[in-house]
Design a binder for this molecule. Structure first.
Ligand code: PGA
Length: 250
């Protein structure tokens, strides 16, 4: 049995005190941490304070980093900065990074290689835009994202990877993939992992759903055979909603 993971993606939101309040509320919630892991991907400027206040039940991760160690990269945050703060989880390939900041499959591959070489746990996001779903080409699209950025690693490295399937048309739109649409894609991704790394690796890899997952639809999604939890945007900013989603996972 795979453990569930509930991850919050706070994006470019919150103040420092609001972020610390949410962390406290989540880590004081009675959840069975044997069966579930919780991560919060926070704005970079708050990572230090969140890490210092984390009691270890909730992992603190970064939404972004650059793959060079140091140097003339004005405005960027290096993986070694994150390591200096004790941060060991990163999000890679979120569709907002791909679409607004122009991150290509090639760049994401470089980020992934750097993160894994430095022992980060990586949450790797993939997912198709609406036009691709309308043309029923989502499997080919996601396969290409994974082939170009993820499937070249070795099976040891794969143990530090969680995949998040986030159909772009469902992110922040209130339009969720149906339980079956999401699960079909998760099965497809698991099969791809199986073809490359073998059956055991495919059984083990955790695949999260993201895209307007909320307190009302979480339970249905998480009860599907191949959905191992969620990457939650909007609802992770609301204390009661995120707690309800955590509870829906166990
Ligand atoms: P959403 O965002 O839950 O607000 O749709 C999910 C994400 O972007 O990770």
């Amino acid at each position: 049995m795979r453990n569930k993971i509930i991850a919050g993606n706070w994006k470019m939101n919150l103040t420092k005190s609001a972020a610390l309040n949410l962390l406290n509320a989540f880590q004081n919630t009675d959840i069975n941490s044997e069966k579930m892991d919780v991560s919060l991907f926070a704005p970079a400027v708050y990572l230090d304070a969140l890490k210092a206040n984390s009691k270890g039940k909730v992992n603190i991760g970064a939404q972004n980093f650059f793959y060079e160690k140091s140097g003339a990269f004005t405005g960027e945050i290096s993986f070694s900065h994150l390591m200096d703060l004790g941060i060991d989880q990163v999000l890679i390939g979120h569709s907002e990074r791909r679409m607004i900041f122009g991150e290509t499959n090639e760049m994401l591959r470089a980020k992934l290689d750097t993160a894994l070489a430095n022992n980060f746990k990586v949450f790797f996001c993939c997912g198709e835009p609406e036009s691709v779903r309308d043309a029923n080409q989502q499997n080919e699209y996601v396969e290409n994202q994974l082939k170009e950025s993820l499937l070249h690693i070795d099976s040891e490295q794969l143990k530090n990877v969680v995949v998040a399937y986030e159909p772009v048309w469902a992110i922040g739109t209130g339009k969720t993939a149906s339980n079956e649409q999401a699960n079909d894609m998760h099965i497809f991704i698991r099969e791809l992992v199986g073809k490359t790394f073998g059956k055991e690796a495919a059984e083990k890899i955790q695949i999260l759903y993201g895209g307007s997952c909320n307190a009302a639809n979480a339970k249905g999604l998480f009860s599907m055979s191949d959905i191992d939890g969620g990457l939650i945007g909007g609802a992770s900013l609301k204390e009661d909603d995120f707690i309800a989603i955590m509870k829906a996972a166990v």
